[in-house]
Design a protein around this ligand. Structure first.
Ligand code: ADP
Ligand code: TRP
Length: 325
């Protein structure tokens, strides 16, 4: 059995890029019989950039609801909130003491964030150590992540390796899993869709706002009559990620033929999005109106996650010469 573990920060409501790039592939992996999946909401990590408690609470529920709405089976797999397993903070301290300072100082994501953000706190600096604790606390074998997180996985492996060398085999060394075809979903402005660029398509908003959101996609300035190149159009690119080959060919033909405007293309994309995600949208809405149900699922996840984490932490404490009472 392979233990698959991944986390998503609770810094916003999941968007189309998150769904196609992380949630749906994660759920597909979790369904395989030979895998046990632990998916969690990285709410402790979110404090590095988000200080608003009420917003964090809402985003945490939204991330949990999105996992469930995307089909994550919370009886087969384990869905939990990072902060519900306080052992992770204890392990972070131990790992801090096995982490060379320059490894953190040279991490790309720290350099990027410390250049971009005004609040450069120590949590941003030690972010990868908390992430290593997330992974090592559960003996995870495989960690599905986006390309930007690969360095954090290398750091995790280095820390675990150093600990094992000094104190004996204690941690399982995890592997990263990057999707074969790394799909980068474009946002409304054509660059990578991301909360930080404010160019997201928010799949879980109401029909009217979703339509407005899709209408915001930036397109070329050709006249209605002119022939258009579909491969240069963000509307077509997004449609391609959701449509069958024959549907794609049909829309591409309309672009090339002319007398076909971007407004119509956006309407076609809107209808496709509504159809593709109708079940996920319905389930997300239902869960949003029943937060207690999500809360119960997370508490069940907490209980099951702690059954694993308490055993691993006892192993670590023993290796370090601490009591294991
Ligand atoms: P954001 O960039 O909006 O802040 P996150 O960094 O929280 O998103 O990403 C959460 C997950 O969604 C990660 O696994 C990431 O690889 C995936 N993801 C985010 N944006 C995209 C995108 N545009 N295309 C594909 N996957 C994405
Ligand atoms: N750092 C990850 C991100 O921003 C989220 C995360 C936190 C994570 N802990 C993790 C991902 C452990 C995988 C495993 O996307």
């Amino acid at each position: 059995m392979a233990r698959i573990l991944t986390g998503v920060q609770s810094t916003g409501v999941p968007h189309l890029g998150n769904l196609l790039g992380a949630y749906l592939p994660g759920v597909a992996l979790s369904k395989k019989d030979e895998n046990q999946a632990l998916f969690f909401i990285a709410d402790l990590h979110s404090i590095t950039t988000l200080k608003d408690a009420e917003l964090r609470r809402q985003n945490t529920l939204a991330v949990a609801a999105a996992w469930i709405a995307c089909g994550f089976d919370t009886d087969k797999g384990i869905l939990y909130r990072q902060s519900d397993v306080p052992e992770v903070c204890e392990l972070t301290w131990y790992l801090n003491c096995f982490t060379p300072y320059p490894m953190l100082a040279n991490a790309h994501s720290f350099k990027d964030k410390s250049n971009r953000l005004s609040d450069v706190n120590a949590g941003l600096f030690t972010y990868p150590v908390l992430m290593a604790a997330d992974i090592l606390l559960y003996d995870a074998n495989i960690v599905p992540v986006g390309k930007d997180q690969l360095q954090h996985l290398e750091i995790t492996r280095d820390i675990a390796g150093a600990f094992n060398r000094i104190l004996g085999e204690t941690f399982v060394i995890p592997e990263a899993s990057i999707q074969q075809e790394v799909m980068i979903v474009p946002g409304t402005d054509g660059q990578k869709m991301s909360k930080s660029y404010q160019n997201t398509i928010n799949i879980f908003q109401n029909d009217k706002d979703l339509k407005k959101n899709i209408n915001k996609i930036v397109t070329g300035s050709q006249s209605l009559e002119e022939s258009k190149d579909p491969e240069l159009c963000t509307v077509y690119k997004l449609y391609s990620l959701l449509a069958t080959d024959s549907e794609k060919a049909e829309l591409a033909e309309k672009y090339r033929a002319g007398n076909f405007g971007f407004g119509t293309a956006k309407q076609i994309l809107f209808e496709r999005v509504m159809e593709t995600f109708q079940n996920e949208r319905k389930e997300f809405d239902r869960l949003s109106q029943n937060p207690d149900e999500v809360q119960q699922i997370l508490l069940k996840g907490q209980h099951r996650a702690r059954e694993i984490s308490s055993l691993v932490l006892a192993r670590v404490r023993k290796a370090l010469g601490f009591s294991t009472m």
